[in-house]
Write a protein that binds this ligand. Structure first.
Ligand SMILES: [Zn+2]
Length: 400
């Protein structure tokens, strides 16, 4: 009996998501049309849409069609029928965004992290949620859920951060811990996965079935979509492009190995190279951030240009490897590292061209897109929106 009940609940959850997703995709749609498109019975559609109207997630609108007869009542998603908070944990602060059901950011907020403990991070995330609800004047019962994007290896099914190279955490049950504090469903995933999900639904990846997102900045990340399916690997660890070894004799990486891609092209790697160059008397200032290196390069410093150019070439070589493996039709390069500038990105493009098989190179459209930190937070929010709009079956890997 319990199984039958569970099956019935699952069927209802699936039908609910299918109906919501249909209304979201179609814009304005009549109930009869929902039944036709989804293949569900008119009775099921009537029952479930009544429930969705009751919850405020959809609303009825008269069609205004005056061509005789009674104008059909149309259904539409109510973007303000529910709210989502997306959170991205950075190294020294946490960024949060409050969005509506169409992933539009309504409020932003951030808080510093005073230490690197998991306990503190959870408290800060809960505080972000509280503050965003207050800023947006949103009552708690309108909060559908909280999405969290984390760097590192994340088991999204279990809501567990399995390994974080930056924080040194292992097997940290982020979802369960945060859920206790915020009293709302929490979804957790790798930050590059959340970014890829948002791009697939709302950005550059719309309608593109084979594409890669590659992020650069504090680290390097990869999101893979093939045939419209997201590739995660056995426990969600796929896409650790930053920790593929470029040269085992290279610099020490955060992960403990030598010569990973990140140890050559991440922000700390570039800053460290520029500081060595300063100590060797080659450049004039002891730089503390990427912007200073970019200014030096733009002002004609050959060593600064060389640091950026070499790193861009190594990065491009790794991207060429990905193109040769996946044959994507589009690659989106983004992340904080888009500020690395022309010396880096010109070298990257040239290296991709030289190192990719020509016919595969011809297939791919490479885009470098500007970046804002709230892109991460919006990606995290879309984790929750996906739960709402996509049926429980197929959420495992697909984007719907
Ligand atoms: Zn590494």
């Amino acid at each position: 009996m319990a199984t039958t009940r569970a099956n019935r609940d699952l069927m209802r959850a699936i039908n609910r998501s299918i109906i919501l997703s249909t209304i979201k995709t179609q814009g304005l749609i009549a109930r009869a049309e929902v039944a036709r498109v989804t293949g569900l019975s008119p009775a099921s559609v009537t029952g479930i849409t009544a429930e969705l109207i009751e919850e405020g997630l959809i609303y009825e609108k008269a069609s205004g069609d005056s061509s005789g007869g009674r104008p059909p009542i149309l259904l539409a998603i109510n973007p303000l029928g529910g709210y989502v908070v997306g959170i991205k944990l950075m190294e020294d602060h946490a960024i949060g965004a409050l969005t509506d059901l169409s992933a539009t950011i309504l409020q932003r907020y951030q808080l510093p992290l005073h230490d690197r403990s998991a306990e503190h991070a959870i408290e800060i995330m809960a505080e972000l949620v509280e503050n965003l609800l207050i800023l947006g004047a949103v009552s708690r019962n309108k909060l559908i859920g909280v999405g969290v994007g984390l760097a590192g290896i994340v088991d999204s099914n279990e809501g567990v951060l399995r390994q974080s190279p930056y924080f040194g955490w292992r097997n940290f049950a982020v979802r369960d811990r945060l859920q206790q504090l915020v009293d709302s469903p929490v979804c957790v995933d790798n930050d590059v996965n959340t970014f890829t999900l948002a791009e697939r639904w709302y950005g550059t990846g719309q309608g593109v079935d084979n594409f890669l997102t590659i992020t650069i900045g504090r680290g390097v990340g990869l999101g893979v979509v093939t045939h419209g399916q997201f590739y995660r690997g056995v426990h969600g660890g796929a896409g650790e492009l930053g920790h593929t070894v470029v040269n085992p004799q290279g610099p020490l990486c955060d992960c403990g190995k030598h010569g990973c891609l990140e140890a050559f092209v991440s922000d700390p790697a570039l800053i460290s190279l520029a500081q060595q160059s300063y100590q060797a008397g080659e450049i004039s200032i002891n730089v503390q951030n990427i912007e200073q290196i970019v200014v030096l390069a733009d002002n004609g410093s050959l060593p600064a240009q060389r640091i950026m150019g070499n790193a861009g070439a190594i990065f491009g070589q790794s991207i060429a490897n990905m193109i040769n493996i996946f044959n994507p039709s589009r690659i989106l390069v983004s992340g904080e590292g888009v500020r690395n500038g022309k010396w880096f990105f010109n070298a990257m493009h040239e290296s991709i061209r030289v190192n990719t098989m020509p016919s595969l190179y011809a297939d791919v459209d490479i885009r470098v897109e500007p970046w804002g930190d709230d892109v991460w937070a919006r990606g995290a929010a879309s984790l929750v929106l996906r739960q709402l709009f996509e049926s429980p079956v197929g959420q495992e890997n697909s984007f719907g």
